[in-house]
Write a protein that binds this ligand. Structure first.
Ligand SMILES: Nc1nc2c(ncn2[C@@H]2O[C@H](COP(=O)(O)OP(=O)(O)OP(=O)(O)O)[C@@H](O)[C@H]2O)c(=O)[nH]1
Ligand SMILES: [Mg+2]
Ligand SMILES: [Zn+2]
Length: 338
């Protein structure tokens, strides 16, 4: 059964799979979304591995097939895809023609502001990757400095999109790993490693084997280096931090998918400057702080946001030192941003 077009689903707003995008009024071609069984009858299915319009690449079984959008229609469809999408295609000569995608099982998304548009039309969802099992949140000890506020945001968008997060601290050869005790209650695996000495890289393997993984984090933290470390190859381009601006240069400009083995996929992404929270309302943000779950059933109000309400068991747990105050503060910061 055809589910609906991605654009239709987005317009409904009610469809949790696609957030609450209401912004698009353009008359672009609709990308059709199909259930997996139906999709198999329509053509071959490949995983979008590279997207550099009009060029793209699909992973078809074990081999990569490169393609090029030859028409405006194909270009429109390409524009609505995300790395990791299961793309239904047929070959025209050697060029894959896109027919649609299968329903996304998960996605990592952020809000992108389009300053050329007005008011509500400005907010546009940017899907960083689709059908992901693990989000490897990469953060370095220094260069750039470890920033727990940013980690918290990545944690929220991962869980919101149905992706399990993992925190990876890089550059342990340059400085001691930062204090990450605030995540002890957050159900978050942590791996510390150095891409320079390769110390600790193997500790990541049990978490990522057989999974579709995406590396996310600021520019310069070592996402591409980490994929190189895992592949044992200098496949991806990396660069010196701060060579130009002192703040880190964006070395990776487009996302790409790599195979560690037959069943393990690693997706490299460009560093993100601003991480808008996508589609996450005030009433659901609390769900992405797992350490609240034990206490929130005891709040006086069932829909307590744990901010201003009397009889809040979460606030009480913070006072009593049962929930980390820094994590609670980061929640309140995000809550007041929306
Ligand atoms: N000493 C040390 N340097 C590292 C480590 N990991 C990465 N680097 C260096 O940090 C710089 C940035 O690494 P990249 O892998 O390009 O960072 P990135 O996260 O992919 O950055 P963008 O592509 O811009 O998002 C490079 O000079 C790497 O050699 C590490 O564990 N230790
Ligand atoms: Mg990179
Ligand atoms: Zn409460």
């Amino acid at each position: 059964m055809r589910v609906k077009s991605l654009r239709q689903a987005s317009r409904d707003g009610s469809d949790s799979e696609y957030g609450s995008l209401r912004s698009s009024t353009s008359s672009r071609a609709d990308l059709e979304v199909y259930e997996h069984e139906e999709a198999q009858k329509l053509g071959s299915i490949g995983i979008l591995a590279e997207l550099n319009p009009p060029k793209f690449a699909l992973l078809d079984g074990k081999k990569f097939v490169s393609g090029k959008a030859e028409t405006d229609y194909q270009l429109d469809l390409l524009d609505q895809l995300a790395i990791g999408d299961n793309v239904i295609f047929s070959l025209e000569g050697s060029n894959p023609i896109i027919k649609g995608i299968t329903v996304r099982s998960s996605k990592l998304a952020r809000l992108r502001m389009d300053t050329s548009k007005k008011s509500a039309l400005r907010a546009e969802e940017h899907v960083i990757a689709a059908n992901i099992d693990i989000a490897v949140i990469v953060a370095s000890t220094i260069q750039p400095q470890f920033n727990p506020n940013l980690v918290d945001r990545y944690l929220v968008i991962s869980q919101y999109g149905g992706v399990s997060p993992l925190l990876c601290i890089t550059k342990t050869d340059l400085a001691p790993a930062p204090d990450i005790s605030m995540y002890e209650g957050a159900d978050l695996p942590v791996v510390k490693l150095s891409n320079k000495t390769k110390d600790g890289v193997e500790k990541l393997l049990p978490y990522i084997k057989g999974k579709r993984c995406v590396m996310i984090g600021s520019s310069g933290v070592g996402k591409s280096s980490l994929i190189n470390s895992l592949l044992g190859d200098e496949l991806l381009l990396t660069d010196e931090v701060g060579r130009k601006s002192g703040k880190g240069t964006h070395t990776t400009s487009t996302s790409s998918l790599h195979l560690l083995d037959e069943s393990t996929m690693l997706i490299d992404t460009p560093g993100i400057r601003s991480l808008g929270m996508w589609g996450i309302d005030k009433n659901s943000l609390r769900l992405y702080y797992p350490e609240f779950a034990e206490f929130s059933p005891n709040c006086k109000f069932r829909d307590c946001t744990h901010s201003h309400e009397p009889g809040c068991a979460v606030k009480k747990a913070v006072e009593e030192g049962l929930i980390r105050r820094d994590r609670y503060d980061s929640y309140i910061r995000l809550l007041s941003k929306e």
